[in-house]
Design a protein around this ligand. Sequence first.
Ligand code: AVJ
Length: 324
Amino acid sequence: WPMAGISLVHLPGATHASGLDGDARRGLSRNPKQLPAKYFYDRRGSLLFERICATPEYYPTRTESALLARHACGILDQVAPGTLVEIGSGSSVKTNHFFVACERAGRYVRYQPFDVCDEALRAAAARLKRRYSWLEMELLVGDYAVDLPALPHSRGPRLFLFLGGTIGNLSHDEAVTFLTALRATMHAEDYLLLGFDRIKDKRILDAAYNDAHGYTAQFNMNLLRVLNTRLGADFDERRFMHVAFFNEHKGQVEMHLRARSMHTVTLARIGLVASFARDETILTEISRKFTPEGMRALLETAGFGWCRHEESDNGYFSLVLAAP
Ligand code: AVJ
């Protein structure tokens, strides 16, 4: 990486190409079919996600950003971090609120953004360096489901950020495993700031995952392009439709790709033929929604203490500061 004050580290999970082989084979052989959401985020998927965030229907980004603008200073005072470690940092846009707060307080942190998408990390770092010349960064490319034990250490205390409601992409058991592994890498003086999306009126949730521009549909379909490119598959987007809805019984938004007609797809590179019945679906993402009590119980199951809770006035989104 040819830029002063910025380094780039590939963690073992960064090569999730091999992971994709097995995940696609397993996920397309089971009934119902299912694929992990992390494969959305190639360069195009990460860009489409940024577009989703700017739509009027997708309230989480805007709401969380306003919460960070309001509380970044207070959180920095409470934690006094030497390093910010952001898990699933993407474009790092919301993190700006912390860097602005750092400048105001004359408190200069280091930044370790951690993401599966190395193009997103590089673009974010170049932008941040132009705006915050003092910021030292270590970019971590990896998969947060496997790489937490391999995180390089940096000056403490560390404030871990896991924003956007991404915790909702994990099932209950996966979330407990993830939080437990995260806590195991943390020291007593570190904190976790977690953003979580709240249970709310189904109409608002349905709209947030069915934006009128169709960016969410393109984002969902992008998974098929990823499989075509990386596994030599012959998925035809015209044979699928985007379906997303809030499953009230399970408390989660589900995104599916639904086959419009009966057909087969060949994944040449892994020698797999997947048959689709008409209306058969692939579950491509769950996005769980929480009550504050539910999130508190989840954090406590993983051994975290609940230190501070900030919520938007409309109760759509929450930030919680948790201690290991
Ligand atoms: C970035 C994972 C939090 O679950 O709301 C947005 C991804 N999927 N629209 C979410 C997403 C469809 C998003 N997360």
